[in-house]
Design a protein around this ligand. Structure first.
Ligand SMILES: *[C@@H]1O[C@H](CO)[C@@H](O)[C@H](O)[C@H]1NC(C)=O
Ligand SMILES: *[C@@H]1O[C@H](CO)[C@@H](O)[C@H](O)[C@H]1NC(C)=O
Ligand SMILES: *[C@@H]1O[C@H](CO)[C@@H](O)[C@H](O)[C@H]1NC(C)=O
Ligand SMILES: *[C@@H]1O[C@H](CO)[C@@H](O)[C@H](O)[C@H]1NC(C)=O
Ligand SMILES: *[C@@H]1O[C@H](CO)[C@@H](O)[C@H](O)[C@H]1NC(C)=O
Ligand SMILES: *[C@@H]1O[C@H](CO)[C@@H](O)[C@H](O)[C@H]1NC(C)=O
Length: 401
């Protein structure tokens, strides 16, 4: 017996007899026992699962492990089942530990640890097989984007168990996607998520990452760098002069334009007018010699690309050739002008106040006389009342002035 192999006919016969005897002796339903413990197992397809049956207080009872079809995988340290993927890891008085390699979906189910006591005790280990999704794939509706336009992307994780979850990141910001879960004919889940957002110029070169969360995989993601076109940003820089633009001086402006695609050229125009005929335009530079007041106006640099057109304006204001030098005199004039204005204003105010005083004095008197006449029973009373009103109006007059 001791030399007999695990699957030998002798062992099988022994097991059969032993089990028959036990079943007869303890013809009760098994009970779920506190004395027997095991754990559920989640395992990735193709990998190894470990099933451990543990006994707390062993009284030398026989222990065995059954598969979901209630066939004996291990009887003590013997394996009647021919599937060599099952191997004994440990057999001691407190544990029966068995490994199952190259797990497949058909291995899923409820495994039973059984202890031959009276009644028999059982504990259940559910094996769940996880199937990782295929590599996530990002499909973008648009290859090249334009600022301000809405775009759409879809990320798909095929055939997993259980269903995967998909998250989106744009740069370091998480964006919400719209998930869709499909159950395929082979009872696998295919999950896709749709992301829509409005593209901005800052998105250029930023990665959009589709992250797949699934218990069978780690750091599973796909990414796509955004390529965003945007219209030019235009800026006029004054190269010369640094101070006031005076008659007779020269003016030099440079136009800087940056866009994607980069604008081929920039254009100088004068708003509502022609650029002075002797102005020199080379590339982005505008050069005008010998400024003249008739050149006043708005000079505009325009740049365009496939996305659109932008411009920047420079307002030229040609000052007298002496402007700036005679500043103190200008200020004197301004101060004198101001003082004169204040004096004139003060006199006007005085005139208005005086005019109002005379007007009000008369008006008030008249009003009170009329009022007194209304209220009074006779003419005498009316006059007394009117005089009272007069006194009041005197007080009022003082208040006003
Ligand atoms: C094992 O999983 C089943 C469901 O499949 C659950 O009812 C049971 O409580 C789990 N057992 C343990 C020990 O987690
Ligand atoms: C089995 O487990 C027991 C207790 O956990 C340990 O002492 C023993 O060394 C193990 N045997 C093997 C072969 O791993
Ligand atoms: C694992 O099992 C699958 C079938 O489920 C089989 O095709 C494959 O050859 C096995 N791999 C190993 C390493 O045994
Ligand atoms: C962006 O949107 C505008 C209208 O909204 C459209 O005319 C243009 O073709 C779009 N650009 C791209 C690159 O899709
Ligand atoms: C400015 O231009 C006008 C004509 O455009 C011309 O008559 C005038 O002489 C010019 N003044 C100076 C200072 O060049
Ligand atoms: C140009 O601006 C100056 C201000 O220094 C003004 O005196 C002059 O009248 C303006 N000329 C025209 C044509 O607007």
């Amino acid at each position: 017996m001791a030399n007999a192999g695990c699957g030998s006919p002798a062992t099988i016969l022994f097991l059969f007899l032993f089990q028959a005897a036990l079943q007869k002796g303890a013809a009760q339903y098994p009970v779920v026992s506190q004395n027997l413990a095991t754990d559920n197992v989640s395992v990735v397809e193709g990998e190894m699962a470990i099933i451990s049956c543990r006994v707390k207080n062993n009284d030398d009872s026989v222990i065995q492990l059954l598969n979901p079809n209630r066939q004996t995988i291990y009887f003590r340290d013997m394996r009647p089942l021919k599937d060599a993927r099952f191997q004994l890891v440990n057999f001691s008085e407190n544990e029966l530990r068995v490994s199952l390699s190259n797990v497949s979906l058909s291995d899923e189910g409820r495994y039973v640890c059984q202890l031959y006591t009276d009644p028999p005790q059982e504990a259940y280990a559910d094996i769940t097989v996880l199937i990782p999704p295929g590599n996530p794939i990002i499909e973008a509706r648009d290859e090249v984007l334009s600022e301000g336009n809405e775009t759409e992307m879809t990320c798909t994780a095929m055939s997993s168990k259980p269903a995967a979850a998909i998250r989106w990141m744009k740069g370091d910001k998480e964006l919400p996607g719209k998930p869709k879960v499909e159950l395929t004919y082979d009872r696998m889940y295919t999950v896709s998520s749709r992301l829509a957002f409005t593209v901005s110029k800052e998105d250029d070169g930023v990665p959009v990452v589709c992250i797949v969360d699934h218990p069978a995989v780690k750091d599973f993601q796909a990414q796509k760098y955004l390529e965003v076109q945007y219209k030019p940003e235009v800026k006029i820089v004054v190269e010369f002069p640094q101070g006031l633009t005076r008659e007779g001086e020269n003016l030099e402006l440079t136009c800087q334009a940056k866009g994607k695609p980069q604008p081929q050229r920039v254009n100088w125009v004068k708003v509502d007018d022609d650029v002075p005929s002797h102005a020199v335009i080379t590339g982005g530079d505008l050069y005008i010699e010998n400024l003249n007041k008739s050149y006043n106006g708005t000079y505009r640099c325009v740049a365009a690309n496939a996305v659109g057109e932008s411009y920047d304006d420079y307002i030229l204001y040609v000052y007298d050739s002496r402007a700036g030098e005679g500043t103190p005199r200008t200020v004197d004039h301004a101060v004198i002008g101001g003082v004169v204005a204040v004096v004139v204003f003060a006199m006007l105010c005085l005139l208005i106040v005086l005019g109002r005083y005379f007007a009000r004095h008369k008006g008030t008197y008249f009003t009170h006389e009329a009022k007194g006449a209304d209220d009074a029973a006779d003419a005498d009373t009316a006059i007394i009342n009117a005089e009272g009103g007069h006194t009041n109006s005197d007080e009022k007059k003082e208040y006003y002035i």
